[in-house]
Ligand binder design. Structure first.
Ligand SMILES: O=C(O)[C@H](O)[C@@H](O)[C@H](O)[C@H](O)CO
Length: 443
């Protein structure tokens, strides 16, 4: 299958996050985060693994920037670790923490790579979590302060900004079902954490704009929700799940309203915050991995839907079904639902994991990843041909890294990392993506 073509000004990139690659968790004044606490809790992470070293990016960032230069990407989406900047989540900035990102941003500038900065990719300062975390409105206020500090320091050198990565995952996996930090099992009582993250988003957009930030967006995880059958009960269950994982995160930011299905779980007085939340954005970031299937809730299930496996598709080793056409379906569906309220889109994450190994000849053969990327780019092209305004695509991820509660087994990188020796080995997909990127940028 031919690789589709994209406009010459299309933005090609790769994505990572601080906690998943940096390591150096106790260096230069960094404070503990909820994920440091969570990984240190027995039984939370596969194999008892942790991210104290991860891909040691904190010390090897020059090498990693050189890899991105070799890839030819125009942009790099990274996250800044809040606990490096404000070890307790409040008060004066930690100069050594800002210093690291100074060096990294300069290194990227020298390589002609545009940084896209995510201010928060789940590593909440533990001191704020001890005070309630995202259940507390105060955390949103603190986040606004943090955004102002980082904006004032870097907005002159950084054009692309994202306040929060996937608030849905923090709310559902972190507070509702306890699979991620901070590990609370609150089910629908976790919904106020969604509102406080939306408020944090709005306050951060205001702080970034005040600091001179030019281009501000989001990065939300989205996927189509399919009913298990066309029965009315299954269709209703799919609608309920769509409201919980998609619309509860897009509607407030894009429409300034909440889906009525879950409005009853929002904190009192939430409506007064909607004007702050629904700040105009320059782009909407979509992280896409897979569709989901919902069925009518079984006996005793307190929720309004059962989750069902997505059958009939190849799977990654992270238990994700590979469904490129669902990517097109998602994007076309978002354009239909949000119309002119939807700014241009950046695909801020898309990728897959496989048990990649370095062969005796030093090569890492990953034909499944090449096929995955090619087929998802084709689906993306189809969505654009159908009128969806997409301006860029970022592969998750540049490097193999710490995949949260799954540890290091799911390898998402275009670059293989030996976590014993920290040796980086570009995979075949690295070469494939380089040729796609260079092929477009040469035009
Ligand atoms: O989308 C996410 O869940 C996160 O943004 C990433 O941190 C993950 O590592 C990636 O998606 C692979 O699961």
């Amino acid at each position: 299958m031919q690789t589709p073509t994209f406009p010459s000004d299309f933005l090609w990139g790769v994505s990572t996050s601080a906690f998943q690659i940096e390591g150096a968790v106790d260096e230069d004044g960094r404070g503990p985060s909820t994920w440091d606490t969570f990984t240190a809790t027995p039984g939370k992470i596969a194999g008892g693994e942790h991210a104290r070293v991860a891909a040691d990016h904190y010390h090897r960032y020059r090498e990693d920037v050189a890899l991105m230069a070799a890839l030819g990407v125009g942009a790099y989406r990274l996250s800044i670790a809040w606990p490096r900047i404000q070890p307790d989540g409040k008060g004066a900035a930690n100069p050594a923490g800002l210093g690291f990102y100074d060096r990294l941003i300069d290194e990227l500038a020298d390589a002609g790579i545009t940084p896209m900065i995510t201010l928060y990719h789940w590593d909440t300062p533990q001191a704020l979590e001890d005070a309630g975390g995202w259940l507390s409105r105060d955390t949103a206020e603190r986040f606004g302060d943090y955004a102002a500090i980082v904006g004032e320091r870097f907005a002159d050198r950084v054009n692309l900004w994202i306040p929060l990565n996937e608030p849905m995952v923090t709310s559902i996996y972190g507070y509702a079902i306890g699979q991620y930090a901070p590990g609370h099992f609150m089910l629908l009582d976790a919904i106020p954490t969604a509102h406080h993250q939306h408020l944090a988003h709005g306050l951060a957009v205001q702080a970034l704009r005040a600091a001179g930030a030019k281009t501000v967006g989001t990065a939300n995880n989205h996927g189509p929700i399919w009913p298990a059958s066309d029965s009315a009960a299954d269709v209703e269950a799919a609608r309920q799940l769509d409201a919980l994982v998609n619309r509860l995160y897009a509607d407030p930011v894009l429409l300034g309203s909440y889906p009525e299905e879950y409005a009853g779980h929002l904190p009192d007085g939430y409506a007064a915050d909607l004007p702050t939340i629904a700040q105009p954005l320059d782009f909407y970031g979509v992280n896409y991995y897979e569709p989901q299937v919902a069925a009518a809730p079984s006996e005793g299930n307190p929720l309004t839907f059962d989750l069902r496996p997505v059958e009939g598709y190849p799977m990654t080793n992270n238990d994700s079904p590979i469904v490129p056409d669902a990517f097109r379906e998602l994007l076309v569906g978002m354009r239909e639902r949000y119309g002119d309220a939807l700014p241009p889109i950046h695909i801020t994450e898309n990728g897959c994991s496989f048990p990649d190994v370095v062969g005796d000849d030093g090569r890492v053969r990953d034909p499944e990843r090449v096929a995955f990327l090619r087929d998802h780019l084709s689906a993306l092209r189809e969505a654009m041909d159908a009128g969806v305004d997409v301006r860029g695509y970022f592969v998750w991820s540049l490097l193999d890294n710490f995949e949260w509660s799954k540890g290091y087994a799911p390898r998402f990188g275009l670059v293989h990392v030996d976590f014993e020796t920290q040796v980086r080995t570009p995979k075949d997909s690295f070469g494939w993506y380089r040729d796609v990127v260079r092929g477009h940028r040469a035009r």
